[in-house]
Design a protein around this ligand. Structure first.
Ligand code: MF3
Ligand code: CO
Ligand code: CO
Length: 273
């Protein structure tokens, strides 16, 4: 039995709005991501944009799942070996850093959630390749989405592509259903076997947000209670979109004018590179 909500036409319209707003925060912040800026300054800019320009609420601020302390900032900024939930602060970005910025906004009671990688200055060959493969992993996952497909199809496609390229998939964190709450059923695993887990139906909305490590998949948690890093200190990357299952396939809800285009093979209508 699954308890995955099927969204109404009205829910879907409101999710389109919230999701687009989350993506537009990433468009807004992109030009500020430069050598010398701190993650705390980027967070403050995003926070002010949400509150003053968009009229959205930053969902992470004071978010407090069971067993956690309240998250202290408006965004997550995860640099280099930080896998996810990096807390913005005094860290100064330097050339070669790679950083995920993860934005979740609330608008009219609905949550929109997406993240992108940003490359600061000149990246290493490995950093560039990790970023590229992680972006492809997200899109391979998205390309599996259609009514009747299984959630295990997404995990299998993502894991196969990551491991084929010599990278590893983080197991402890996953995508999630989203709507009038931040995290709801199902858990969208980024590893697994085709034909397993629940079947997708039109009206389901969930994120796909693979976290891919250059080295081993194991994680460690920082003393701050939130920041998750690679145990072996290898680089980690992540991309995230919120996706609607449509009668014929999928709709990416976290769209914005400056979002990076899908890979060419998606545009050609195939579902693998
Ligand atoms: N936006 C993250 C996700 O994709 C969750 C961040 S929770 C926070 O699910 F509290 F760390 F912000
Ligand atoms: Co997110
Ligand atoms: Co998410």
């Amino acid at each position: 039995m699954s308890n995955i909500l099927i969204k109404s036409a009205d829910d879907i319209e409101k999710m389109r709005i919230a999701c687009k707003l989350s993506a537009e925060v990433l468009d807004y912040i992109a030009p500020f991501v430069k050598v010398g800026v701190t993650t705390g300054e980027l967070d403050k800019l995003c926070h002010e944009f949400m509150i003053n320009v968009q009229g959205t609420i930053p969902a992470p601020l004071n978010y407090c799942p069971p067993g956690y302390k309240p998250y202290p900032k408006a965004t997550c900024t995860s640099v280099n070996d930080v896998i996810c939930h990096g807390i913005p602060g005094g860290k100064i970005l330097k050339s070669g850093d790679i950083m995920n910025i993860d934005i979740t906004v609330i608008k009219d009671g609905y949550y929109g959630d997406c993240s992108r990688m940003f490359i600061v200055g000149e990246p290493s060959v490995q950093a560039r390749r990790l970023n590229q493969v992680t972006y492809e992993c997200m899109w391979i996952g998205i390309a599996q989405v259609r009514p009747g497909a299984h959630f295990g199809d997404i995990g299998y496609a993502v894991q196969t592509h990551a491991e084929k390229n010599g990278f590893s998939v983080v197991r402890e964190f996953c995508g999630h259903g989203i709507g009038k709450s931040f995290h709801e059923e199902p858990q969208v695993l980024h590893f697994g076997k085709p034909g397993t887990l629940a079947k997708m139906e039109p009206g389901m909305i969930f994120t796909i947000e693979p976290m891919i490590n250059a080295g081993r998949r194991e994680i460690r948690e920082d003393k701050d209670g939130w920041t998750i890093k690679t145990k072996d200190r290898s680089l980690s990357a992540q991309w995230e979109h919120t996706i609607l299952v449509t009668p014929t396939g999928y709709e990416v809800l976290t769209v914005s004018p400056l979002m990076p285009p899908p890979p060419q093979w998606i545009q050609n209508g195939t579902n693998r590179p």
